[in-house]
Design a protein around this ligand. Structure first.
Ligand code: MIG
Length: 734
């Protein structure tokens, strides 16, 4: 076994096994001289037992009873990963039941520890399957199997002092890079559907939002906008004048976000196909012919995104859409998803022929064969990518990178064609490193109450993996939704960075007006609450990115508490969300750690019922028409009047809601929301400090920065320990 070791950053040691494939996950690279060889036969590293297993390596870590295991990004299962098996192998599985081991992304970053032990983290940089048995077979043992001798493992732990979970995440982000910032409008509400059939129906949907007075910033175009599912085409009959269409929508405050799938339809005369074939940019089979995979367009070729040339080509193809006013894309099917291959389908036909001749063959065999068609593991061993050294590598060996490489191509297309501008980019499949230039959504969930908690868990786990801007389809993608579930899910959506209502073909409509009048009113109020909170959410999101600390995190990360709470989360530093996630409930239990909390039951953006609740476990009332959240003792929230879309008008009056028993501070943040200027310091802040002083409050506000703030007045609503309200206003003279 070839092994060497290097110290990186303050708390990270890299162990390099063999010659790993370069994934681009890590930004802090070590050159060859930075390593020291490990000579002795290896039995343990950093307390993990290492053994040869299945042509690769098995690592065993013993867990103490109080250890929590967090991380792994996008997976099915609890926040604390203990008690389940996971398989990191990207796949398009649309049924996220609790027994599933893998989903669309691979995020091999794990945190282990508790308040009693010295927490540590590790990241295995390896782009194909990793299997983890996290205290499933044996509650006190975690086993990690990597079927390869070539990979990097980064081990994060401090010597002589204890790292917190927050510090471990920060170290991981120093290693892998700062998270992506979408444009500010991405914090608005977004409407999607598979599919709005044509330009007319999208325009009508947009108009309806404005007529109903429901804020909305983006509308999605699912696969039916294309001509016969041919990627980078637009069906001219359904979308006759695309540039005028996007321009009109933009002037009403809507961004249009088309979907892009990787499979290129095999069809003579179709330019993308012909160019890809001519330039040899598709994945090949062993014999050097282009690999054929069936997806939505029928038979397609899959672009070989491992080749920089293919990524540049793909990024360039996006330009046509950017020129027509598109400012965001949504990338799907990039695990990659394969419905079947012609060879696999031929086997089905053969079996059918056999059954025709011999009726004794059990029909079950046909059923099993059909079930095994889509995304059969064997397909990924049958096609190859070309490497930069002119060799080739099977998809199986770098499987988890496919979606990330595709996304990189599109991100570079934006950066080249819209220099200095922020772009909106959402992808389904992902690997570590993608968090620097794109966001993900969590795929095809269902309209099940059970998937609300799955959404909350993924928000927290993905934030640990650096994907701060993320979310699940609000209301659930597959199956029909009840108005109650849709409302409760929208109330969770208020605290989901990506707040997108999306649903599958054939399911009940989800636009707020598709329900009864009362449901519509509640949804409008809920979305307005989201917009009212943007001055807070955006400030805290941008701070999280600057400070490399997760925007959304479990209570355990902020408080020295021993409880695993999976259905409450911190949303920035001042707010805890505690959505109602059970049917027919008019309230819920909450665990309030450490301090007192101001419970806000918000029916809309201004009608709040508030009460102060001491630390402990409490049952809180929360009828269907109200969104529950908590303001932490001695913290501050900044709000504004909701707008119909971000940028509709300048926010010049800030509303501050604060719960102050001693002192509280908050940094309100403002930038143009559209460019990368923030990276060069082009933003401004208002430092707000409030101190309680004998039934009064001392308030100090201080604007700073390279830009002048637009805020001219701040209206304060300060609650004391009895929830008594004190109001005042302050002017800013810029
Ligand atoms: O095979 O484009 O996850 O959001 O609406 C299904 C149609 C393909 C899966 C995506 C979903 C999208 C759907 N797509």
């Amino acid at each position: 076994m070839m092994l060497k070791k290097a110290q990186i950053l303050n708390f990270t040691k890299l162990y390099r096994f063999g010659q790993p494939f370069k994934t681009d996950a890590v930004v802090r690279l070590v050159d060859d001289g930075g390593f020291e060889p490990i000579e002795a036969p290896l039995i343990t590293i950093e307390g993990m037992a290492v053994a040869l297993c299945k042509g690769g390596i098995a690592m065993t870590i013993s867990l103490s009873p109080e250890d929590r295991v967090y991380g792994l990004g996008e997976t099915v299962g609890a926040l604390n990963k203990r008690g389940k098996k996971y398989r990191l192998y990207t796949t398009d599985d649309p049924v996220h039941t609790p027994d599933k081991e893998n989903l669309y992304g691979s995020h091999p970053f794990v945190l282990v520890g508790s308040a009693l032990t010295n927490p540590f983290g590790f990241f295995i940089d390896y782009p194909s399957e990793i299997c983890l048995d996290v205290g499933f077979t044996n509650h006190n043992v975690m086993e990690v199997v990597i079927p390869s001798m070539n990979f990097d493992i980064y081990f994060i732990r401090a010597e002589g002092r204890t790292l917190t979970f927050m510090e471990i995440v920060k170290e991981f982000l120093l290693l892998t890079g700062a998270p992506y910032c979408p444009p500010k409008w991405a914090f608005g509400y977004q409407q999607s559907r598979w599919s709005y059939p044509d330009a007319k129906s999208i325009a009508e949907t947009a108009t309806r939002f404005r007529e109903e007075g429901i804020p909305c910033d983006a509308i999605y175009m699912d696969i039916d906008y294309m001509d016969n599912f041919k990627v980078f085409t637009v069906d001219e009959e359904k979308f006759p004048d695309f540039a005028t269409f996007t321009g009109k929508l933009k002037s009403d405050g809507f961004r249009v976000i088309p979907i892009i799938d990787p499979g290129v339809k095999i069809e003579d005369g179709y330019g993308v196909y012909e160019e890809g074939r001519r330039r040899g940019l598709f994945c090949q089979t062993r014999d050097g012919s282009f690999f054929k995979a069936a997806v939505w367009p029928g038979l397609t070729h899959l672009p070989d995104f491992l080749m920089p040339e293919t990524r540049r080509w793909w990024g360039g193809l996006c330009k046509k859409f950017l020129d027509m006013g598109v400012e965001g894309f949504w990338l799907d099917m990039n695990e990659p998803s394969i419905f079947y291959t012609p060879e696999a389908m031929q086997e089905v036909f053969n079996l059918v022929d056999e059954i025709k001749k011999n009726p004794d063959i059990p029909k079950r065999r046909l059923q099993d064969m059909l079930n095994g068609l889509s995304n059969n593991r064997g397909y990924f061993r049958e096609f190859y990518h070309r490497t930069h050294s002119g060799g080739r590598i099977s998809n199986e060996e770098i499987h988890n990178l496919y979606g990330t490489l595709m996304t990189q191509g599109v991100a570079d297309g934006f950066i080249t064609n819209m220099p200095g501008q922020r772009y909106f980019l959402l992808t389904r499949s992902s690997y570590v490193g993608l968090h620097r230039y794109a966001a993900i959504w969590t795929g095809d969930n269902m309209s099940w109450w059970e998937h609300m908690i799955a959404h909350i868990r993924m928000l927290m786990s993905l934030n640990m993996a650096g994907v701060f801007y993320t979310g699940a389809d609000i209301g659930g993608f597959g199956s029909d939704v009840s108005p109650e579930l849709q409302i409760r899910w929208m109330q969770l959506g208020v605290f989901s960075p990506l707040f997108r209502n999306h649903s599958a073909m054939g399911t009940r409509r989800r636009e707020p007006w598709a329900f009864d009048g009362q449901a519509l009113d509640i949804m409008r109020d809920t979305i307005k609450l989201r917009y009212a909170l943007i001055p807070y959410a955006y400030s805290e999101f941008m701070r999280s990115v600057r400070e490399l600390s997760p925007f959304i995190r479990p209570l355990m990360f902020d408080f020295d508490c021993r409880f695993d709470v999976e259905d409450q989360f911190m949303y920035g530093g001042s707010v805890m969300a505690a959505p109602v996630i059970l049917p027919n409930a008019t309230g819920r239990y909450v665990l309030l750690p450490a301090v007192s909390w101001l419970y806000c039951r918000a029916s809309g953006h201004s009608a709040w019922t508030v009460s102060v609740i001491p630390p402990g476990v409490h049952y809180i009332d929360c009828p269907l028409d109200s969104t529950p959240f908590f303001i932490k003792e001695n913290s501050i929230l900044t709000l504004s009047e909701p707008v119909n879309y971000i940028g509709e008008r300048e926010i010049d009056v800030l509303r501050v809601a604060a719960f102050v028993t001693e002192t509280a501070s908050f940094t309100y943040y403002e930038d143009d929301g559209l460019t990368d200027g923030y990276k060069k310091g082009v933003y401004c802040t208002i430092q707000i400090d409030i101190a309680s002083a004998e039934g009064q409050y001392d308030i100090s506000i201080k604007a700073e920065g390279a830009m002048a703030t637009k805020i001219t007045r701040i209206d304060f609503e300060i609650y004391d320990r009895n929830a008594a309200l004190w109001r005042c206003s302050r002017h800013l003279y810029n």
